[in-house]
Design a binder for this molecule. Structure first.
Ligand SMILES: Cc1cc2nc3c(=O)[nH]c(=O)nc-3n(C[C@H](O)[C@H](O)[C@H](O)COP(=O)(O)OP(=O)(O)OC[C@H]3O[C@@H](n4cnc5c(N)ncnc54)[C@H](O)[C@@H]3O)c2cc1C
Length: 392
């Protein structure tokens, strides 16, 4: 896909912002195991970067999805995985269904302030008992008067220590598991870092081996009242909406991995060229040359797949298979790149603050989050006609 002058301008603006406002703070945020989402999102919102693909009526730029992916790719310049992931949750994981199926009132209340960067959002799908098997979520919303009353748990929720709202997948009926779920917008706090909504408890901040600058929480919901107008689209369509929303999440995840891998390989080349050994340098070893050349070839192949998927998506074609392939390959390739490069850094690769060891830790999530590798393989087995499709 050919990127236009506008794509390049957006990438330049974002790169400048990353260099000036994000990268100088990354080490401190990684150490603190959280970053100031409201502050960073406020600035990104001022630059118009949180709503590139969102409707103009709600503050967005109304551009096609290729602009969102151009942004995702550029986020790879951030020197950690946690901050890009948090931004991606806001732009491509928690808001696509709201933008596509939400009422104007809901979009005014939640989408417009999120595009402006005044609100931080999160996506609540996973639970302690259901991750890969999304149909197994147990949280419920029952109707009472004009409200939904929500009870349940959501686990692994990115941004949730700071988020103002959650786009939450809950059971709203007793029917078949793919048709009894709904997406509901749930206010979590009464303002930035304000008081939690009655019945919401942040039970735990989860400590992780990577993605440290991103806050990840376990949340309990005990009879939380939300007006019924907070339902996104139609009741019972939540599973379907979430599967569509996952598609953008998976394209986003693949695109955002590319530059991080480029930079990991480039910094490893620089390191290897300076590392003296056996009368020459590490980069003079043909094994090192060939391994790095091969990995960069694979990154370029993934880049081609990502942009081909994007081009077809923008044309309105079904990209379930290609997006799943890109997500699968991106998770596996990130692990291969980080592991191979870390090896070439020797002991230095085993230290905590090395960019390469950070990608090794952060990148490991790529094969687990947003649908594990095996979930992608399951989709591919079905779309390729190898495995039977479930009868819903
Ligand atoms: C840092 C982080 C951030 C996250 N952010 C969010 C968020 O913001 N919102 C949200 O809703 N969720 C979030 N998640 C949850 C994430 O999407 C889940 O962890 C993921 O879907 C896997 O679910 P699980 O952890 O319950 O593992 P399980 O579902 O228990 O799966 C365990 C393993 O089983 C294997 N497996 C799965 N299916 C199959 C199969 N069909 N065949 C063979 N093997 C299989 C895979 O290897 C998988 O890793 C986050 C997770 C992490 C770690």
């Amino acid at each position: 896909m050919q990127l236009s002058h506008e794509h390049r301008e957006i990438q330049k603006t974002l790169k400048r912002f990353i260099d000036e406002e994000i990268n100088p703070h990354v080490d401190a945020w990684e150490e603190a195991e959280i970053f100031p989402a409201h502050e960073v999102f406020g600035k990104l919102g001022d630059l118009g970067l949180l709503g590139l693909t969102k409707p103009e009526a709600f503050g967005g730029a109304g551009l096609d999805y290729s602009y969102g992916l151009a942004m995702a790719e550029t986020l790879g310049h951030i020197r950690c995985g946690g901050v890009p992931m948090a931004i991606g949750v806001q732009t491509d994981m928690s808001t696509p269904a709201l933008a596509r199926f939400g009422s104007d009132e809901l979009k005014r209340d939640f989408l417009a302030p999120s595009v402006a960067g005044r609100m931080v959002g999160c996506i609540g799908v996973s639970e302690p008992g259901a991750g890969s098997d999304v149909s197994g979520v147990k949280s419920t919303a029952r109707k009472d008067g004009g409200d939904y009353v929500i009870t349940g748990q959501k686990m692994w929720i990115t941004n949730s220590l700071q988020a103002d709202w959650m786009c939450m997948l809950v059971n709203t009926g007793e029917g078949p598991v793919h048709r009894n779920k709904s997406l509901i917008m749930v206010p979590l706090r009464d303002g930035p870092n304000g008081r939690l909504t009655k019945g919401v408890e942040v039970a735990q901040k989860i400590r992780k081996i990577g993605m440290n600058s991103s806050d990840t929480g376990l949340l309990y919901f005990d009879e939380v009242r939300v007006p019924q107008r907070n339902l996104i689209g139609q009741e019972g369509h939540g599973f379907l909406y979430q599967m569509q929303q996952f598609q953008e999440e998976r394209m986003w995840a693949s695109a955002s991995s590319l530059v991080a891998m480029d930079e990991c390989i480039r910094e490893t080349i620089e390191w290897a060229q300076g590392r003296k050994m056996f009368g020459s340098t590490l980069a003079d070893q043909q094994w090192v040359q060939f391994k790095l050349a091969e990995l960069q070839t694979e990154v370029e192949a993934l880049r081609a797949l990502v942009w081909r998927t994007c081009e077809l998506y923008v044309q309105g074609q079904d990209v379930l298979q290609l997006a799943s392939m890109a997500k699968l390959k991106s998770g596996r390739l990130t692990r291969a790149v980080a592991d191979t490069c870390l090896q070439f850094w020797g002991g230095m690769g085993f230290t905590w603050e090395n960019r390469v060891s950070r990608l090794y830790r952060d990148g490991r999530l790529g094969s687990i989050g947003g649908g594990a590798d095996e979930v992608m393989l399951g989709i591919l087995a079905k779309t390729m006609g190898i495995a039977k499709r479930a009868v819903a």
